[in-house]
Structures are given as C-alpha cells and as structure tokens.
Write a protein that binds this ligand. Structure first.
Ligand code: FAD
Length: 354
C-alpha cells in the first residue's frame, strides 16, 4: 500500500517535500494554518493593489533548484527581476550598485505564484493550525485548533514550519535537546505603502535599495517587478535589530518611525500604509555567502545520524525541513524539502525514488 504522509506547512519547504513524495507514489496531505499556500514567500493583496511583503526575490546557486526555477519560468509563474539597485549610506550618499552577476528572480505576477503552482496538484487543507500530534499503533493523528482531532492516520509526518513552531510540536514527543531544534529566527517589521494621488510618487532613480543606516534595511518599489498591476506600491523592511527592539510596539508607532526614516530619504507621505510583523522572518544563522548554517546532529534512542538540510527520525517516522535547516533562503527551503523527501522515500521504501 502507498505510504500516507501528512505535511504540516505549505511554504516552499513543505510544498517541495510534498511534491517529491507525491511524484514518487506516496499519498500526501498538506496542512497550513494560513488561508493559502506560500508561507513567507507571500503577497498581500487589497482592492487594487498588491505587494510582496515577505521574501523580496530569490537567487539560484544549486543546479537542482536552477532546473526547478526553469520549470517555474516555463509555467509563467516566475521571472527575472532586474532592478536598478542602490546602497544608501549614513552620510546621505547613494551608491548605485553596479550590475552584478547575481540573477534575481521573483514570482509572476506575484511572489506567491510558484507556491500556488506547486500546490495545484496537491491536497492542501488551508486554515488548519496543527497544535498536537499523537501516535498509536495505527499511525499518527493530527489535532488542529480549528477542527479538533483529525480522523485520518498517517504513516509519517513532515514538519515544514519555522524552528520555534516545530520545537513546540516536537518537544512533547521526543527528548530532543534545544540545540537540535531551536534556531534563532529574527523578526522583521514590514510596511506596505500605496500612492494613489496623481502626480505624487517617489522616483529616486533606483527601484530598490539596501539601507545601511537607521531603522530601515531594505526598500523596494513593488511595481518594478515584472507583471505587477495596480496602485504604486513600496515595501519597507526594518532591520532585524530594530525589529527585535520594537517587536511588541503597536503598529501605529512602528509606522510613524519607519515612515519618518523613509521621508528622510526624500519620499513623499503615502496615501495608505499597512504594517506586518514577521515574528520569525529569517534564520539567525543565515549567511549571505551561501554557506549552510550548520550540520544537524540527531540522537534518538541511541540512534545517531548526521544530516544536512533536513532531519528525519526513522524510528518515529517524523521529518523536519525548512529554510532554517539549510541556510535561510527560498532556495534553501526548496532544497530542504527535497532532501527530506529523498530520506523519507529511502526509509519507507515508496514505489519509486525521487
Ligand atoms: P515558511 O514559508 O515559513 O512556511 C511555513 C508554513 O507553515 C507557513 O505557511 C505557516 O503558515 C505554516 N505553519 C506554521 N506553523 C503551523 C502550524 N502549527 N500548523 C499549520 N501550519 C503552520 N528569502 C530569500 O531567498 N530572499 C529574500 O529576499 C528574502 N527576504 C525575506 C524577507 C522577509 C520579510 C521574510 C519574512 C523572509 C525572507 N526570505 C527571503 C526568506 C524566505 O521567505 C524563506 O526562506 C522561505 O520562504 C521559507 O520557506 P519555508 O517553507 O521553510 O517556511
């Protein structure tokens, strides 16, 4: 019989894992607490506007991900973004970033599009926050906040959620030490600005900028990405340090502080603003040079495994994947899910291997 596998989390890691498992012949059901798939690779949409408020773009280093992005391009759900990039320094200088060899991709027509494409052939249950998982002889049973205990039994469960949330679900089950599962995840306060008044625009001569002073770390004109429609929109992201310091502030005071910093760059006040607080935005150990954070050592019942990019516990048939296990980016999330799927398939002898 086909293994029946539950995947918790419909971000890139969970969707990548689920697709590889399903393509290899497993029965797969994906659960996510949000309204739709995508996780942090996401887009906020209003009446006549949209804005990528999580991941801003993604890069490609690994050939396996290169092939996947080519499939997304062919399907029309991703495209190159070639912004005019700047670096803004404290002395007010604006350095134009020289065209580099980095290819930056975005979802088309919005960041969440590749996730929607990956989810299209999967059974995805949205609006299910998994709060508990229990094992008996028939398999794993999941308990969601919204719908109570689920009747179905699963042969294996994949956790494709940020480290702090995975730890909450895993801790009652397994004597994992903090080092094995807890990775610092850094927060990010984000603003989405709309300009609707005719003639009022911020046109600084760049489309996006790394900001090296004050509370802001990154600003970008969403409409400079391919295929975007609707009102003129800018996204502002605070630095991790500032966001951590102001994590519990109310959104009005955060909006005031970040708009002041944006005005200091010469931007006119927007007509509308929405704030979003990412409590777990980026993995703390992430490095921009593409190195993985660390290797993960898992000891369970004396069984020892050294795994990279994902954790698979064969004795209990629970797997963990996510960007935080592999480097902290969109690419890492996809690779982590793929690596875990291969481990699950090897361990459970599915029909075919991925
Ligand atoms: P997630 O996308 O977080 O997916 C986890 C999913 O699990 C979510 O959908 C969540 O709703 C769900 N979930 C959590 N707990 C539960 C539960 N108990 N029950 C059910 N569902 C649950 N990466 C880049 O490569 N380039 C960038 O420029 C970039 N910028 C970023 C900017 C910001 C502000 C943020 C937040 C992230 C950025 N990233 C960037 C990181 C990138 O978004 C992530 O690496 C990637 O999307 C993570 O995918 P994931 O599947 O591991 O996790």
């Amino acid at each position: 019989t086909r293994p029946n596998i539950a995947v918790i989390g419909a971000g890139l890691a969970g969707l990548s894992c689920a697709r590889h498992l399903q393509d290899a012949g497993c029965r797969v059901t994906v659960f996510d607490k949000a309204r739709g798939p995508g996780g942090r690779m996401s887009t906020r949409r209003g009446d006549d506007w949209q804005c990528d408020h999580g991941a801003q773009y993604f890069t490609v280093r690994d050939n396996r991900f290169r092939d996947e992005v080519a499939r997304w391009e062919t399907a029309g759900v991703a495209a190159l973004w070639e912004p005019r990039l700047a670096v803004l320094e404290a002395d007010g200088s604006v350095a134009r970033k020289a065209p580099d060899s980095t290819a930056r991709f975005v979802g088309l027509p919005r960041m969440s599009a590749p996730a929607g494409w990956l989810a299209a052939n999967l059974r995805v249950h949205s609006g299910y926050t998994i709060v508990d998982m229990q094992h008996d002889r028939a398999g794993w049973r999941l308990h969601s906040k919204e719908h109570g205990v689920h009747d179905d039994r699963y042969d294996a469960v994949v956790l494709a959620i940020p480290a702090p949330q995975a730890t909450v679900l895993l801790q009652p089950l397994l004597p994992l030490t903090a080092r094995q599962t807890v990775t610092d995840m850094l927060p990010c306060w984000t603003l989405m600005l709309r300009y609707r008044t005719p003639g009022i625009r911020f046109a600084p001569g760049y489309d996006a900028a790394f900001v090296n002073h004050g509370p802001l770390g990154w600003i970008a004109r969403d409409g400079s990405k391919p295929g975007r429609q609707g009102s003129e929109t800018w996204v502002l992201q605070a630095t991790a340090g500032w966001s951590a310091q102001h994590l519990e502030d109310d959104s009005d005071s955060v909006i005031a502080a970040l708009l002041a910093a944006f005005a200091a760059l010469g931007a006119p006040p927007p007509d509308e603003v929405t704030a979003h607080r990412w409590r777990y935005a980026r993995a703390g150990g992430q490095q921009d040079n593409g190195q993985a954070i660390q290797q993960n050592h898992v000891d369970e019942d004396g069984e020892s495994a050294v795994l990279r990019e994902a954790i698979w516990l064969p004795a209990v048939r629970v797997g963990v994947c996510g960007d935080w296990l592999a480097g902290g980016r969109v690419e890492d999330a996809w690779l982590s899910g793929r690596t875990l799927a291969a481990q699950v398939l090897a361990s459970m002898a599915c029909a075919a291997s991925s």
